[in-house]
Design a protein around this ligand. Structure first.
Ligand code: SAH
Length: 263
């Protein structure tokens, strides 16, 4: 579950939101839906009920999503979302808000993406059970955990070492053993494990990193927010064709923290 890579740098600040669906703003993150912690309790049953409600909300949101976002979120993805204990991937003080459909701060100026965005990005990858997946931007480890339910293995890289360590511990606590966390600048991907059946980028970049395109298998997909940092980006689907060229499709507006590093 651990490995060490290239030099480490400071990260940015994430906010994942579909502009037309959820007008989350950075300022709102910390004010989110206060469920009194006494009422919140901590029983597994309560968390399960909250997960079920979260899944229903994702279903409903997607039914009003722009056409470009695709037909529906598959039952397999919804099941994965319903099975990963998201509360284990947020700081203790935010656990009562873990299942609200919004991003939450995870420290170091970063956030865990909102559940709807995690589900949508996972859906767009069209995963198969044998797939090997690369993620740029481990953060809390939650997106990797969801993907791990639908793929053979996930290799995820985080540039902030403390977050990488916390993600490893979150994944351990959730009993997930097919995710490997690396420290380093994931702009360059992970050549030693490439090629990948799917790549997901969870930090905003103004271009699609060429090393990641190279590390996609022919026929494979990458999902990445492309655009200016701190502004709205376009969630983008990249499909690599058999001849090595790529199809690029901009799907819908989102807002992510910037991709950092020295590239
Ligand atoms: N997938 C995460 C959320 C990602 S937040 C989750 O499920 O919680 C984006 C993350 O990308 C941040 O933790 C940030 O530190 C990281 N990041 C930004 N630039 C990076 C880079 N070049 N290489 C690796 N990680 C990077």
């Amino acid at each position: 579950m651990r490995d060490s890579q290239r030099p480490l740098r400071q990260g940015g600040f994430v906010l994942a939101a579909v502009a037309s669906l959820c007008a989350a703003t950075i300022g709102l993150l910390c004010l989110a839906a206060a469920i009194p912690s006494s009422a919140a309790g901590s029983s597994q049953e309560k968390y399960e009920q909250r997960r079920d409600r979260m899944v229903e909300q994702i279903r409903r949101m997607h039914s009003t999503a722009p056409q470009a976002a695709g037909g529906s979120i598959s039952e397999a993805v919804l099941e994965a979302m319903g099975s990963v204990p998201r509360h284990l991937f947020v700081p203790q003080r935010a656990r009562s808000r873990a299942y609200a459909n919004r991003p939450l701060p995870i420290g170091h100026g970063q956030t865990i993406s909102q559940p709807y965005i995690v589900a949508l990005m996972t859906e767009l990858l069209q995963l198969e059970p044998g797939d090997k997946v690369f993620e740029l931007g481990t953060g809390s480890g939650y997106q990797a955990a969801v993907i791990s339910r639908l793929a053979r293995s996930v290799h995820t890289m985080e540039i902030i070492p403390e977050l990488a360590r916390e993600a490893e511990s979150n994944l351990d606590e959730a009993d997930i053993d097919n995710v490997r966390v690396y420290r380093g600048d994931a702009y360059y991907g992970l050549p030693e494990e490439a090629p990948f059946d799917a790549i997901v980028v969870t930090a905003a970049s103004d271009h699609i990193p060429p090393p990641l395109i190279r590390q996609l298998k022919p026929g494979a997909r990458m999902v990445i927010p492309v655009g200016r940092p701190f502004l709205t980006q376009q969630l983008t689907l990249v499909r690599k064709k058999a001849n090595g060229s790529v199809d690029i499709e901009h799907l819908l507006p989102v807002s992510f923290v910037p991709l950092t590093g020295g590239h």
